[in-house]
Write a protein that binds this ligand. Structure first.
Ligand code: FAD
Length: 446
């Protein structure tokens, strides 16, 4: 069954014929070129320092092929941008799920974070000169980028804490401070940092203190101290940088949108980006389930005289995983439809639901798959350990679960509490009236 025939019925009316054809092409590209290419990518990266100076040849070969197939920049939705491949968020959601099954497929099709979010920022908020200098080469896949918000010295899940100082001096901005978890900053092709800092730390409106400026990587005063590991994985050549800024000077034209507009930018940036991660994560969960099914039917590795699939508990894992991944997919596709019908702001609730639910669900499924492999599941002989580590970070990256749950809970409570109280009061009174009219002398316990 090809990908286009597996589209959930609830989403089918929103998917064009062109998107269905592309979806099948994406599936073939991922399954036949990218997944087998994952190992080649790792082998070409090699060992040691070389990992940070290399762009594996296979990546450029896959990019060429993807461009020829028309599988390029699908993430930029036709509803909100003119520079993309002309698909909706929902259509891209279905494609991103397939991309999530390979380590390299997103980059090979120019749909990889953090470039995707950065391209959205430049397309949405950049001026013509900024677009020409940075958006054009990013869209062509010629350079890469990083988004620098999180800082080592403050709790960055509350972005009002961000401290990096952006001071205006004559016709320049001068930057001082530290950033970490700057994903993508290790890549030798990373040429531009989008840096969030404070231009007006004393503004009484704490949401107007921040700004985002464009800083070319390698500008004097920037030191990349080290690359942080994720559960021991270095994620080279992409990497997660710990970077210091010491009197880094950029021209006034480096400001995006205007001083004090930083919060507006990060909110706009993270909307669709959050569901891109969720969509890819559904693919990772599907991949884990495929690996689990392969292991439990391996006749060479039977326990107590039968393959694992003949042990009841294991089939229950398969069934539960199927239910969980299918329901998580619907949550993501629903968020995508909601964005398509309005914008990311009008879909905040649905995006938060997907952002929280999908990684937790996928982690449960990957964990079962790991368990089904025994010790092999935790080593490098299956993709499962790496998948688990990568997806575990999504419960923290782009804001930890607790922050999204707090906002979701607050919004749900505030928007519904008065209407619910009024409805329940009315139902109690109406029930009492009906009981009394029917001759009962009892009070309702509604
Ligand atoms: C793999 C990876 C890639 C990343 N890439 C980038 C990147 O490219 N650019 C970038 O700027 N950042 C990036 N980050 C950083 C990420 O966005 C931050 O780690 C995240 O926002 C949390 O900030 P913090 O680490 O400072 O945690 P803190 O703010 O110190 O929070 C610590 C913990 O406190 C708890 N907490 C926080 N608020 C609440 C609350 N309201 N209620 C209850 N508990 C709460 C949560 O459990 C949270 O995990 C990345 C992180 C990872 C792991």
């Amino acid at each position: 069954m090809s990908a286009s025939t597996r589209i959930p019925p609830i989403a089918q009316p929103f998917v064009s014929e062109r998107a269905k054809k592309t979806l099948d092409l994406v599936e073939e590209f991922v399954e036949k070129d990218c997944i087998p290419g994952d190992a080649v990518f790792s082998a070409e990266l090699g060992e040691g320092e070389k990992r940070w100076q290399t762009t594996p040849i296979i990546m450029e070969q896959l990019k060429e092929k993807a461009k020829k197939l028309g599988l390029w920049n699908m993430f930029l939705s036709k509803t909100h941008f003119k520079q993309g491949a002309g698909f909706s968020n929902l259509e891209y959601g279905l494609m991103a799920e397939l991309l999530g099954k390979s380590k390299i497929a997103s980059e090979a099709t120019n749909n990889a974070a953090p470039d995707t979010g950065n391209m959205e920022v430049l397309a949405k908020y950049g001026n013509d000169a900024q677009k020409q200098q940075w958006l054009v080469p990013l869209l062509e896949g010629k350079i890469r980028s990083a988004f620098l918000m999180t800082e080592p010295d403050v709790a960055s899940s509350d972005a009002t804490n961000i401290e990096l100082d952006i001071r205006r001096e004559g016709n320049e901005y001068v930057l001082n401070g530290s950033k970490w978890w700057s994903s993508g900053a290790g890549d030798p092709r990373c040429q531009i940092y989008l840096v969030m800092g404070k231009t007006d730390p004393n503004n009484s409106d704490t949401y107007k203190q921040q700004s985002v400026v464009l800083v070319p990587a390698g500008t004097r005063g920037i030191t990349v101290n080290r690359m942080l590991h994720v559960y021991g994985y270095d994620d080279a050549p992409h990497g997660h940088g710990h970077i210091t800024f010491e009197n880094v000077r950029v021209p006034l034209s480096a400001m995006v949108l205007g001083e004090g507009r930083g919060f507006e930018i990060i909110q706009g940036r993270l909307g669709p980006g959050r569901i891109h991660h969720a969509m890819r994560t559904i693919g990772a969960a599907e991949k884990a389930l495929e690996w689990m099914i392969n292991r439990i039917n391996d006749d060479k590795k039977q326990t107590f005289g039968k393959p694992l699939a003949s042990h009841g508990v294991i089939l229950e894992w398969v069934a539960k995983s199927r239910i969980e991944v299918d329901s998580a997919r619907l949550i993501v596709l629903n968020a995508a439809i909601k964005i398509d019908q309005g914008d990311a702001k009008s879909a905040l609730k649905e995006i938060a639901q997907a952002k929280v639910l999908v990684p937790q669900t996928a982690l449960t499924i990957i964990d079962r798959a790991i368990q089904s492999y025994g010790a092999a599941g935790v080593c490098q002989d299956t993709p499962l350990a790496y998948l688990w580590a990568g997806i575990r970070t999504l419960r923290i990256a782009d804001g930890p679960d607790e922050v999204h749950l707090q906002q979701l809970g607050r919004r749900e409570n505030r928007s519904r509490k008065d209407a619910i109280a009024a409805k329940l009061k009315w139902q109690r009174e109406e029930s009492d009236r009906l009981l009394s009219a029917a001759g009962f002398k009892i009070k309702s316990h509604l």
